[in-house]
Design a protein around this ligand. Structure first.
Ligand code: EPU
Length: 423
């Protein structure tokens, strides 16, 4: 095991968080934006890109295909795909995250050929690719499975009416990325409506594409013959913002989040208020203050604008400190409650029945050794450490580094007693 894989995060609980946190650019918006650069021979300059491991992997995929992906300044990435000379994404990189499968759409759009193995990513339930593949077929591609890879080829990509069986985020993104270079009109119905889709459509339009309806469940694309370069700023990370908002309420602190889009977090803001926290929003800020006590919640994780599944585990940590019984119903993934076993090691009283977690509180959490099982599990455990007595050691913290930029540093700046093992 490498040194990075062995790194642990050590948290001493007890401090309320106070201060200001600047939220980074969105992971799940930056990753498709990097893939979008494959659609043109010109430079795509992306600002507000988080320096996280998933972005590093995506940059490596672009380079492996023959393109350039380099940091041009703090948070600014230059991607140039003029010299792309391969349509086969290397499997050793693709298995390292989920988003690498997003190169399929733009490669198919521009070169009429793409190959990629099933991607990696968090183990949180079934994560099929049928929506992506059915959409590529609807655009005129032929799909074959050779060795471990999906191979898509098309003589021509032709705009089409596509109905998604499920409003998959990446499925919608992959089809957008292919359809912008297809002939004629494509209409994607039952499209995902997440803000990351709107962000990708705005980038594509800045590159010369004609996409309308993003952010609704019907997205229309008028295909273009070619796209050009663009300079674009990635939206704020709504899940990072939500994680810090939960941390503020959990520790009974007072935290101002800057560089956020409050309307992307309506469901969380509503629920934090219902639990008893004080939440104030400005045009690009959210302030969260505890008021000394937390009440229980009933929450369903749903596609946007419902409560975000990626904020389900952090909320569970909060609810261990709420007085009464809370219900968390995970409706996006079929296995995203695995983190419960780790929270239980710290004393949490949580019962799981199917996709529902019933949390009884408040419970005095106790610091101990726990293990990150996925990205958001890692965040939930670090948050638990902030209110636990004694010392919490979170192993396999590399999961966290896939998706949160400088998480420990940001927590330290607002009073969190966290550091890495050996650091
Ligand atoms: N699904 C299908 N068929 C498909 C694809 C998905 O049925 O072809 C189902 C899945 O089984 C799952 C549901 O759709 O039950 C949601 O999956 P979706 O495809 O929307 O997720 P994704 O696009 O693979 C993105 C984020 C996830 C986030 C989900 C849901 C990226 C890179 N990842 O994944 O982020 O949980 O949308 O909002 O954009 C995270 O950041 O921690 C994370 C897991």
């Amino acid at each position: 095991m490498s040194g990075t894989a062995q790194r642990e995060m050590i948290i001493r609980g007890g401090a309320a968080l106070h201060g200001t946190v600047r939220i980074s650019g969105g992971k799940n918006a930056a990753l498709p934006a990097i893939a979008a650069a494959l659609l043109t021979t010109e430079d795509v300059i992306l600002h507000n890109v988080p320096r996280i491991e998933d972005v590093n992997v995506m940059m490596d995929v672009i380079r492996a295909l023959g393109g350039i992906a380099e940091w041009a300044g703090p948070g600014t990435l230059r991607v140039n795909a003029a010299d792309v000379n391969s349509v086969v994404a290397p499997s050793d990189l693709v298995v390292r995250n989920r988003a690498s499968f997003l190169v399929m759409g733009p490669l198919l759009g521009r070169f009429h050929e793409a190959a990629c193995c099933p991607p990696g990513g968090d183990v949180i339930g079934q994560r099929p690719l049928d929506v992506h593949l059915a959409g590529f077929r609807a655009l005129g591609a032929t799909l074959a499975r050779m060795d471990e890879k999906y191979h898509a080829t098309a003589d021509r990509l032709i705009g089409s009416q596509i109905f998604l069986d499920y409003p998959s985020n990446m499925g919608t993104e992959n089809l957008l990325l292919a359809a912008v270079l297809a002939e004629g009109f494509t209409v994607i119905r039952n499209a995902a409506a997440e803000p990351e889709i709107t962000c990708l459509a705005a980038l594509l339009n800045a590159m010369g594409a004609k996409v309308t309806g993003a952010g609704s469940h019907t997205v229309t694309i008028r295909g273009s013959q070619a796209l050009h370069g663009a300079e674009f700023t990635i939206m704020p990370d709504r899940i990072e913002a939500g994680t810090f908002a939960v941390a503020a309420a959990l520790t009974d602190g007072d935290v101002l989040l800057e560089n956020v889009a409050p309307d992307h977090l309506d469901a969380l803001i509503w629920k934090l208020g219902e639990a008893g926290a004080c939440v104030e929003t400005g045009p690009e800020t959210i302030r969260v203050r505890g008021n000394g006590k937390l009440g229980p919640l009933s929450v369903q994780a749903l596609p946007y604008p419902g409560y975000a599944t990626d904020l389900q585990a952090p909320l569970a940590t909060l609810l261990t400190q709420a007085t009464g019984h809370s219900v968390l119903y995970e409706r996006v993934y079929d296995n995203r409650l695995l983190y419960v076993s780790e929270l239980r090691k710290m004393g949490a009283e949580i019962v799981v029945a199917g996709q529902t977690a019933i949390i009884s509180g408040p419970t005095a959490l106790v610091g101990t050794h726990v293990r990150s099982l996925d990205l958001r599990c890692a965040a939930a455990l670090v948050l638990a450490g902030l209110v636990a007595s004694g010392t919490t050691v979170v192993a396999e913290i590399w999961h966290l580094e896939r998706g949160y930029e400088r998480f420990a540093e940001k927590l330290q700046a607002i009073g969190g007693d966290v550091h890495y093992s050996g650091g």
